[in-house]
Design a protein around this ligand. Structure first.
Ligand code: ARG
Length: 462
């Protein structure tokens, strides 16, 4: 049997392999709701513009509604021979309503149809990711407020650098997620133009009202160039790129959980809810959820990379290559959503070992900078000279395998005779963090205020 959509000049059915490589229904069935929504808006416009009769439009509309119900109820039979969601829906519509259902496809093409469906789908995906990201920010800010003064080591090069607080560290991720949400919002703003009516590539000779369909589908305006409308996938690329950056943030955080939950760090523990055991080593508690958040960033970055490569050589306008835009995107959005959910779960779940973090914060001469700053502030040494003197004092302590605060005043005075006992105040980690009260710094008061600012800001969001 030749194809019923374009059987006019085709005499025989496609080869089995042709059908297999060509069909997208196996994945674009996910567009069912968007496809039906778009078609209903289209037929309402066709009727208003006098392009189809009100009776035909009403029959088409009720038919589309029924197809939607069948798909939702799981009673719809998808057919691979009908290639994609667009033709599956239209074919069922004509079964239900007869030949006049064929009027629905006036003044449009699958090219603008799929561009519309994907925009609608991506727009929904962005909205739901945004809500999830907001939830994660909230969970982080809440715990940051609680741990605003909990001292832990801050690292550079993964070497103990200066003490910070756990709240400060958690809030760093709230900032990153805020930028991620901003990037998704930017993508959403730009994608919110309606390609419907661009038809195959050149527009249409029918007197359609593109403003009307754009408006009824929640778009700001119709797209302005028909060639661009059907060949543009920037809205997917931008969204995937925001997703990839977000996934990288989550992956870095996950990596920290992996490190922090090792017995060697022992900074935090995760409960049975977010860990697994080993089938052979009874002592193990593995942070699999964190590892998978880290691992899944690979496929999300891969989806972006994959689609960039699909698009890079395509002449205008539509080419079938573009059907390859979907699977990676569905997978990436689903994976990111899962990663955000898992991370949110772990943030609510983890228990920090505050004593251990505190002890680690003081080790590795993490208050050496405080000593150098003290020499500058109190004795008026130039910073470079203070740095040098501090280095000599650290060497003294490290040769004896003791902490800076364990050196005697006399020991320190062998390096810099003007040092007084007041120096011991800055060698404690609490004083160290409290002193970093510059805007954006780790002082507990700062951190508390920032956590509250975020909680208020998130509450105020509509
Ligand atoms: N299934 C197709 C896709 O996803 C729909 C558009 C088909 N257009 C065409 N000219 N064959 O890209």
């Amino acid at each position: 049997m030749s194809n019923k959509m374009w059987g006019g000049r085709f005499e025989s059915a496609p080869d089995a392999i042709m059908e297999e490589i060509n069909a997208s229904i196996g994945f674009d069935y996910r567009f069912a709701a968007q496809d039906i929504r778009g078609s209903r808006a289209h037929v309402a416009m066709l009727a208003k513009a006098g392009i189809v009769s009100p009776e035909d439009a009403a029959a088409i509309d009720s038919g589309l509604e029924q197809v939607g119900r069948e798909i939702e109820a799981g009673t719809f039979t998808f057919s691979r021979a009908l290639e994609d969601i667009h033709m599956n829906v239209e074919s069922r519509l004509s079964e239900l309503k007869g030949p006049n259902a064929g009027r629905l496809h006036t003044a449009r093409s699958r090219n603008d149809q799929v561009a519309l469906d994907f925009r609608l789908w991506i727009r929904d995906a962005i909205d739901s990711l945004d809500q999830q990201l907001k939830g994660l920010q909230w969970a982080l800010a809440e715990r940051a407020e609680v741990f605003a003064g909990a001292v832990m080591p801050g690292f550079t090069h993964l070497q103990s650098a200066q003490p910070v607080t756990l709240g400060h560290h958690l809030l760093a991720y709230v900032e990153m997620l805020g930028r991620d949400r901003g990037r998704f919002a930017d993508a959403r703003r730009r994608l919110n133009e309606c390609p419907l009516g661009a038809a195959a590539l050149a527009g249409t000779s029918f007197p359609i009202d593109r403003e009307m369909t754009a408006k009824s589908l929640g778009f700001d305006r119709p797209t302005a160039n028909s060639l661009d409308s059907v060949s543009d996938r920037d809205f997917v690329l931008e969204t995937l790129s925001a997703a990839a950056i977000c996934a990288v943030h989550l992956s870095r955080f996950a990596e920290e959980f992996v490190l922090w939950t090792t017995p060697q760090f022992g900074f935090v523990s995760l409960s049975d809810k977010f860990t697994t055991g080993s089938s052979i080593m009874p002592q193990k508690r593995n942070p699999d959820a964190a590892e998978l958040v880290r691992g899944k960033s690979g496929r999300i970055i891969g989806a972006l990379n994959g689609l960039l490569i699909v698009m890079k050589g395509l002449p205008l306008a539509y080419s079938k290559d573009m059907q390859e835009d979907k699977e990676g995107s569905f997978d990436a959005i689903h994976s990111l959503s899962l990663c955000i959910a898992a991370m949110t779960g772990m943030i609510g779940d983890f228990t920090p070992d505050l004593e251990r973090m505190h002890a680690a914060a003081g080790s590795g001469y993490a208050t050496a900078t405080d000593l150098a700053d003290w020499l500058v502030r109190t004795l008026g040494l130039p910073f470079r000279q203070a740095h040098h003197a501090t280095g000599a004092i650290v060497k003294l302590a490290s040769d004896r395998k003791i902490g800076l605060e364990d050196l005697s005043l006399a020991d320190m005075q062998t390096v810099e005779p003007r040092i007084t006992t007041a120096v011991f105040e800055v060698l404690g980690v609490e004083n160290s963090v409290a002193s970093r009260a510059s805007y954006g710094g780790t002082a507990p008061n700062n951190v508390r205020a920032q956590a509250r600012r975020w909680l208020e800001r998130l509450t105020a969001e509509t």
